[in-house]
Design a binder for this molecule. Structure first.
Ligand code: R5P
Length: 331
């Protein structure tokens, strides 16, 4: 081999390779992301044994690759989390150079602190598990609590869906008589950023949750003027839908002329599909960080694609660009 052949060989070896692999929870999202990136999702052999253990093997070499392991943490979350951990382990043992866990919805994000004695901090446990499996970095959208970034010992790319949602509302929602509403005290900072962006006043709902009855809420009071206003309720996630429906009911009872909901993660656990169609809510707009089956969608629901945002962030990470600059001025 001549010296120049050797040098060009070394150069091509130095070229990094972007690889995207997907768990089985929501492969359509990975396909859309790959499409945006102009690549194919790398094939993998994934199956579940009779005893419910999961098997994963990549169909091509990932040696030296900058690999992004995408999983959407929909139900059954524990199974899909385990699958993603196994995929990360497989990538590590196959000598991938850098492994990024892409978890558009971070599992267990709501268990980010000990609210009461003898509780776990499950969001921290998840970060530890990703690390032990071999993840070098994590990418996620609208973390329920920003401090989760500090749970992982490595870089965390925290993406915001706000630009995607805002673009939609700029085209579809009149700003006249618009009020942005935070459905609880925990969302005030994010709702405030929305109010800035839209130049609309802010109202806050004081929500109460019975710690012994999970997933049930009551509205205590509304701070701010909502009478005669169209209210844009912004939340990071909708699970059973009770928070949003109770908030919408209270807003309408206090004279709101319309209620439009914007949320990033559509967990949509029972009875969300049923109660979100309530007459108190005029429109619900979510992203597809989690799958929303076509046969369960209703006419006042809009699902926006998060794939372009994920693809751009993946490209920025791969190219050593800037993820922060994607969100200048966002929440
Ligand atoms: C609360 O802190 C969250 O931001 C959501 O408002 C809440 O977890 C949604 O749950 P659900 O839809 O079951 O009321």
């Amino acid at each position: 081999m001549s010296e120049s052949e050797l040098l060009s060989g070394i150069k091509s070896h130095a070229q990094r390779r972007l690889v995207l692999v997907s768990g089985r929870a929501y492969p359509e999202l990975a396909t859309s992301v790959a499409h945006e990136l102009g690549i194919e999702v790398l094939g993998s052999d994934m199956h579940t044994f009779a005893g419910s253990e999961i098997y994963a093997r990549f169909e091509e070499s990932v040696r030296g690759a900058d690999i992004f392991v995408l999983q959407s943490h929909t139900r059954p979350i524990n199974e899909w989390l385990m699958e993603q951990l196994i995929m990360v382990d497989a990538a590590k043992r196959a000598s991938a150079k850098r492994i990024t866990v892409v978890a558009p919805y971070y599992p267990y994000a709501r268990q980010d602190k000990k609210g009461r004695g003898r509780e776990p901090i499950s969001a921290r446990l998840v970060a530890d598990m990703f690390k032990v499996a071999g993840a070098d970095r994590i990418m996620s959208v609208d973390l329920h609590a920003a401090q989760i970034q500090g749970f992982f010992d490595g870089p965390v790319d925290h993406l915001f869906a706000q630009p995607v949602l805002l673009e939609h509302f700029r085209e579809t929602l009149s700003r006249e008589a618009l009020t942005v509403v935070s459905p609880d005290m925990g969302r005030v900072k994010v709702a405030d950023a929305w109010s800035d962006k839209l130049g609309a006043p802010l109202a806050i709902i004081h929500k109460r949750r019975d710690p012994k009855v999970h997933n049930d809420v009551s509205v205590h009071e509304i701070v701010g003027d909502v009478s005669g206003r169209v209210c844009l309720l912004v939340d990071d996630l909708i699970d059973t839908g009770r928070t949003i429906v109770k908030a919408a009911e209270a807003l309408k009872a206090n004279g709101a002329t319309g209620v439009v909901v914007a949320a990033t993660h559509a967990l949509f656990s029972d009875p969300a599909y049923e109660i979100l169609q309530s007459d108190f809510i005029d429109r619900v707009v979510v992203t597809d960080t989690l799958p929303v089956p076509a046969d369960k969608r209703w006419d006042r629901l809009t699902v926006l694609s998060i794939a372009p945002l994920l693809a751009r962030a993946i490209h920025e990470v791969f190219a050593d660009g800037s993820v922060t600059s994607m969100f200048d001025g966002a929440a």
